[in-house]
Every structure is written in structure tokens, then in C-alpha cells.
Design a binder for this molecule. Sequence first.
Ligand code: TYD
Ligand code: MG
Length: 451
Amino acid sequence: MSKVKSTYVCQSCGAQTSKWMGKCTTCGEWNTIEEEIISDSQPSIVSKVLEKNGQPENSVYLSDVEVGRIKRIISSDNELNRVLGGGIVPGSLVLVGGEPGIGKSTLLLQMALRTASMRFLYVSGEESGEQIKMRADRIGQDNHEVLLYSGTKVEDILAQTKKVSANFLIVDSIQTIRTALIDSAPGTITQIRECTHLLQQFAKQSNIPVFIIGHITKEGVIAGPKLLEHIVDVVLQFEGDSHYDNRILRSIKNRFGSIAELGIYEMHPNGLSEVENPSEILFTKRDEPVAGVAIASMVEGARAFIIEIQALVTSSVYGNPQRSATGFDTKRLNMLLAVLEKRCGFQIGDKDIFLNVAGGLKLKDTATDLAVLAALISSFNNYPLPLKVAFCGEVSLTGEIRPVNSIDLRINEVQKLGFEKIYCSKNVSSQWKGVSPVHNIADLVYQMRSM
Ligand code: TYD
Ligand code: MG
């Protein structure tokens, strides 16, 4: 008889307790603990499906392991290949997270439809075959090697993959599938964790790459928070702003490559298109300069691009001045404002301040500090910056401009796009044409008067 165990699991952080509680003692959330039933005695379906001869494999000497044997699968999507570190590693488990409607299903379906010489099994627990076909029609591609399956039981999905001899599995989404090993509903922490474990074992044993789609919660974490990140090999986040067509594919964890790489796409009525030259879509070419706009040069992975920072500094109408930033860390904005006030005497305590990074990008590169300050000062003084000027430097608490990494990449990109001057830290070698050193913020304010 199967042994039935029940456990209480926090749906927010995954912590387990032996009894129900109103508040999770691990993450402090209220009303998140639910009972989940686990039946213990069923054998793992993965070993059943993939049983070879029942014998465990022997261990090998590390020195005997041959490297270079792994041949990455080069998909049709160059941005995806780049973010994964040069293609898809066979047997890897990749989680693609993102808000609903951002384009996760489109991204993976499009990759499957356009990649030749692989047989894909696309499992959808969310949409009917008809809906997926409509999406494929929009993308405008047909591929006889893409098979659809609408089952939601992991056991069936794995058996189906084997049955149709698929060598690529896509699961859309992890929140809709379940395993018979656990009685709780699909989407609960225990189900998500167990299904991911099974898919991980399957990927490793069969050497088939498995991509799973995961929705992110309001707080921006993939449901089943950090739990999944430990299990999977790669975590990709698909981001974007619904007001823009730009989509960004970012790697948060990658066991096979750098996490600094970024993939950039544009959503069109007929699918996603790769953006090879991001600078061209990330900043608006203007004929007339506008106050409050400054151009920064940022680096992600091995690529530099130019982005537009927009600032608005106005007198506050309400008692509490607002500080709001889109695409930029609000804490860092507050720090820069404090430095501006303390080191240059700007009276901004009673101003509403808004900062926006054009194109829906989220900046993590501190080299954009200088451009943020330039945009703020420009808006404060209502004095536009010249069109062909860019900024690149980190600002310290002392108000000094610090040097940044990959300066040659940044300067090259700026010059490629026809900018004539780039303001940088004084440490940047003067061998570069058009580089203008800035010592500290006071110096920036002084130089901006004659720009
Ligand atoms: P979808 O892939 O369904 O998002 P997710 O799987 O992340 O929930 O994409 C949904 C949005 O993308 C939807 O608003 C329509 C839009 N879209 C296009 O603009 N062009 C297209 O070619 C496709 C397929 C979708
Ligand atoms: Mg979807």
C-alpha cells in the first residue's frame, strides 16, 4: 500500500513545517502555509522510462574525463545562443522566466520553428493546439519537426518525448504540470520543485535539452522563488516594458557561460526579431537638443551600447517631494542626488525628481552615473546638452568621477555612432580622440556651462 505523508509548505519561500501555522517562520509571510500530500512509494518514472540495464554507472577519474566532446546545439536564434554562452548544451535544463504576456512562448516557439535538424516536443499546459498554431502562423514559419503535446503529467510528457524520438523538449509552463508522485495541485511549490527535479534527471540521463517556461510573480521572482534556481542549469529572464517593443533576455545563472551577456529583441506583429545593433533602437536621434537628456555608454557582457537617460526636475506641488526612477535603482538615484546637493550645493530637497532610462532597459552598470547626473543638472538648469556628447563614469560619495571597466569598448561604440565628445574620469588615457576628462561633479557642473 502506498504510504501517504503530508507536509505543510510555505507557498512563498518553500519552507516546510510539520504543522499548520498562520505565519511562516522562515520568510515571515502570513497565510502562505498549505498542506501538501506526498505519497512515497512510487518508483521514479525517470528511471522507468530511461532504464538501461538497471546498473548504476561506474565512477570515472576526473583526469580521464574528456573535454571538448560537448557539442553545443546552435539554434536559429543568435541572441539566445549568445546569452547561453555560445549555443545550447545538450542535457541542460534551462528555465525561462518572465511576466505574463512578455513573449516567452513566442521566443521558444519561434526558436523551435526556425531551428532545423532537431525534433521538438512542445508541451503546452496553458494553450490549445489551435492557439499555438495561430501563434506559429503569426511567426510565419512551419516546421514538421515540431510536435505539440497537451498532457500535463510529467510522467506522460517524458514517455511522449521518448515515443516520438524528440531530441528537444519545451515545457510551457512549469506551473501547469504535475507529477503523480505528489497529490498537491499543479503550481504548488512541492509540485513545481518535484517536476523540475524529474525534468533535470531526465535531461541529464537522456542528454536532451529541456527548456521550461516559468511565470514570475508580482514581486518579480519565478514562482517557487529561489528553489528552482538551484535545480536548473540556466535561468534566463525575459524582460521588457509593455509600452515598448524592446525585449531583453538576461541570464541570471548559467552553469555553462557568463551571466553578463544580454540578448535584445524587438516584438513585431510577426514574431520577435533579433537586434544586432542595440544602440540604434535605444536612443532617439534628435535634431534639436532637449533639456534633461544625456547619453550614456553602457556595457553588458562583451557588448557596449548607447542609451538615453531622461531626467525631469520640477518644483514639488505636494508636501513630500517625489523621487521616482524607471530602469534605474532608486537608492542609487538618491545617493547621486545627495552627492549633488552636498558637493555642489544644488537645492533639490523641495523638487520632484523623475528619472527614466529610454527603451525599457534596467541599468545595472554604475558607469552610467555620470550621464544620470548630467541629465539631472541639465533639467535643473533647463539647459540642454549638445547632441553629440556622451558620458561615462562612476560617481563616488566624495563626488569624484571614478574610472570604469571596458573603456575602450565604450569609447569605440560612442565614436561609431558619430558622437564627438565623451566625458570620462581623468584616469582615461588621453590617446583617445574626443575624450574629455572630468575630475569631480563640481568640475562637471563647471564644464557643462560651456558645453
Ligand atoms: P506570448 O508569447 O504569449 O507571452 P507569454 O508566453 O510570455 O505569456 O506573447 C504575448 C504577446 O506578444 C501578446 O501580447 C501578443 C504579442 N505578439 C506579437 O506582438 N507578435 C507576435 O508575432 C506574437 C506571436 C505575439
Ligand atoms: Mg505563454
